[in-house]
Design a protein around this ligand. Sequence first.
Ligand SMILES: [Zn+2]
Length: 357
Amino acid sequence: MAPAAHVSRLMAILGVAVLAHAGMEAAGEPAVRSAPSRPGAASPALSTATTSKLKGRKLGTLEYVNLADVAAELGLKFRWVERRHKAVLTGPSIQAEIEADTRDVTINGLRVFLGDPALDADGRLYVSRVDYERCLTPRLRPGHGVAPRSSPKVIVLDPGHGGRDNGTSVNEKIYALDVARRARKILVAAGYQVVLTRDEDQFLELKERALIANTANADLFLSIHFNALPKDSKTSGIEVFTFAPRYQRSANAWSPRMKDDTEDFASPVNQFDHWSSALAQAVHGRLIRELKAIDRGAKLAHWGVLRPLQCPGILVECGFLTSEAEARKIATPSYRQELAEGLAAGLRQYAGLLKGP
Ligand SMILES: [Zn+2]
């Protein structure tokens, strides 16, 4: 299911791995439209339902907020590293580096991609309001500005692909199930109720996977995949995806040459953008630190498997099966056990951010 070779090359240039295999939905999938846009409507970002009080300003077509104001709102210090270009936000156990004209930021040592580039305007550094609320706040001050959420009890693990859908290669569906089973064992021992969307080599539609989570009243959802880049045996590393917030593009549509896939409607999972981002940050950190893998970043995508969720959810690409070195590691049960332990540790770290029952 890999896209045409030229698209793969472009994606490689963009630092985006092959997204198509992991559940990008087909065009024309019916979507929940809560507020259709119309000509002359207010700036989309202005109409997002949030409680943020920060004053914004329009830059281009989007609403932006001053990063220095973000720092003050979140109780962090703002400091320029390069005047008018790069700044650092610091606080107890927090360090975030944000640079003008790029989405690529660093939060506590982790590579995170904003949905829109940060901008310099009038000597100040700005980030889009959507990024401030749905990417930065949940990572820098989880729980700030949103309703509290109770600690998770039911965790749904989703081994990608299965049955007639092999994924990038037949190994993807096999390894994804193996890692999910290993993670289940660890999480059950820790007292969680764990549901696997599939516990055998079985084909499931993307929506069915989310439906299993919704039916189980899942508190969080984690989809497990392995990555591939055709004709590239070197690229390796881990990527953690959340569903793109309303008005933002997928990582594979960031290039001006790629079709803009911005969605101006909210999908069910968008209600949980804050907690999905907090979950992504926790899992991302544990995987990168404990596996010492290359960090390919936390990214956004319109994954069909996440869209219908009624709980926070993420999709993890646990490594490249096309990388000779990484595929060799992934083929060993001990590395897959480490992956499962990293995922479980991340989920438990996220649980620690939430209030007890
Ligand atoms: Zn996959």
